[in-house]
Design a protein around this ligand. Structure first.
Ligand code: C2E
Ligand code: MG
Ligand code: MG
Ligand code: MG
Length: 293
C-alpha cells in the first residue's frame, strides 16, 4: 500500500512538473514571438505616497503583457522565464523605449514632478551596459538623473558579478538611486545593502500582510525601520491593503507607502485622472486651511 501511495504521489508530481515544463517552454516561445511585435507590452504605473502627507510622490513602472490570444500574463510568471532565456535583455530595452517615450510626452504636464522607479532584473544588470544606456537616454530626454530610482529584488543579489557591480556603481556615481525590492525575502544584511549604497528599501508585502495578525512581522518591520534609518536608508512599505496596516506603518515612522488601499497600478489615462483628483483634494485642503486661519 505504501508503495502504491508513493507511486501515485510520484506520478502526480511528475504531471505537475510536466505541466510546468510545458508552460515554461510555450511561454518562452510566446515571449520570443511577442518581442517581434510592437503592441503586446504595455506600461502601467503605481503611485507611491508620502507617509505623512499621503500625497503621491513617485510612480513605479510595471510592465504588462497581453499575448496574441488576448490573455494578460503576469510579470511574476513571465519575468523569470525572460531571465532564464536571456530574453530579459531585449525586454528591458523595450521597457526603456516605452518609458522614455512617455516621460518625454509628460514634459511640463501634471506627471512631470513625480519621481520614477523602474524594476531592473539583475540578470540584465549583469549582462548589459544598462547603466550607460540609461544615462544616455536621460541625457537625450533632458531628464535629471535624480528623478530616477532603480529597483532590484533582494533575492537576486545572490548573483554577483563584475558587470553588475560596475553598473550599480555607475548609476550611483551619476545620481540614480538604488532601491532594494521585496526586502526580507532574501538573506542580505542591512550592512551589505548599505555597502551597495542603496538609498531605499521596500519591505516585502508578506510582512505588511502580517500586521495585526499577532505574528513576528510587526517586530521585523520595527527593527528594519530602526536600523535602516540609522544607516540613512529610506523605507517603503509595499502591498498596503488595510486601514489598520496604514495606521501601524504611519505610527512607526515609515517613509513611503504603496498598495491597493492607496492606489492600484494604472494605465496612463486612468493615472492622469487619479493625479488630477489628488491635486483637487490637495488644493481644496489648502483653501480650507487658508480660510479657517
Ligand atoms: P514588485 O516590483 O515587487 O512590484 C509589486 C507587485 O505587487 C506588482 O505586481 C503590483 O501590482 C503588486 N501590488 C502592488 N500593491 C499591491 C497590494 O496592495 N496588494 C497586492 N496583493 N499586490 C500589490 P506585478 O505588477 O504583477 O509585478 C510583479 C513583479 O514583476 C514585480 O514585483 C517586479 O519584480 C516584476 N516586474 C514588473 N514589471 C517589471 C519590469 O518592467 N521589469 C522587470 N525586470 N521586472 C518587472
Ligand atoms: Mg518593484
Ligand atoms: Mg516588491
Ligand atoms: Mg515583487
Amino acid at each position: 500500500r505504501a508503495k502504491q501511495n508513493g507511486r501515485n504521489g510520484f506520478s502526480f508530481f511528475d504531471e505537475a512538473m510536466d505541466y510546468r515544463m510545458h508552460r515554461h517552454v510555450s511561454l518562452e516561445q510566446n515571449l520570443r514571438d511577442a518581442l517581434n511585435h510592437d503592441d503586446q507590452f504595455h506600461l502601467c504605473f503605481q503611485p507611491v505616497f508620502d507617509c505623512h502627507s499621503l500625497q503621491p510622490v513617485s510612480l513605479e513602472v510595471l510592465i504588462r503583457w497581453q499575448n496574441s490570444q488576448g490573455e494578460w500574463v503576469s510579470p511574476a510568471e513571465f519575468i523569470p522565464v525572460a531571465e532564464d532565456s536571456g530574453l530579459i535583455v531585449e525586454l528591458g530595452r523595450r521597457q526603456l523605449n516605452y518609458l522614455f517615450q512617455r516621460l518625454e510626452s509628460w514634459k511640463d504636464g501634471p506627471l512631470d514632478g513625480l519621481r520614477i522607479s523602474i524594476n531592473i532584473s539583475t540578470v540584465q544588470l549583469a549582462r548589459d551596459q544598462i547603466a550607460e544606456n540609461l544615462l544616455r537616454r536621460l541625457r537625450w530626454s533632458h531628464i535629471p538623473t535624480n528623478r530616477l530610482t532603480v529597483e532590484i529584488t533582494e533575492t537576486s543579489l545572490m548573483t554577483d558579478n563584475q558587470q553588475l557591480r560596475d553598473n550599480l556603481t555607475m548609476l550611483h556615481q551619476h545620481g540614480i538611486s538604488l532601491s532594494i525590492d521585496d526586502f526580507g525575502t532574501g538573506h542580505s544584511s542591512l550592512s551589505y545593502i548599505s555597502q551597495l549604497q542603496a538609498s531605499q528599501l521596500k519591505i516585502d508585502r508578506s510582512f505588511i500582510n502580517g500586521i495585526g495578525q499577532g505574528s513576528s512581522d510587526e517586530a521585523v518591520i520595527q527593527a528594519t525601520l530602526a536600523l535602516a534609518h540609522q544607516l540613512g536608508i529610506q523605507v517603503v512599505a509595499e502591498g498596503v491593503e488595510t486601514e489598520q496596516q496604514l495606521a501601524f506603518l504611519r505610527q512607526q515612522g515609515t517613509d513611503l507607502l504603496q498598495g491597493y488601499l492607496l492606489a492600484k497600478p494604472m494605465f496612463e489615462p486612468q493615472l492622469l485622472e487619479f493625479i488630477a483628483a489628488q491635486r483637487d483634494i490637495e488644493n481644496a485642503t489648502i483653501r480650507f486651511q487658508a480660510n479657517s486661519s
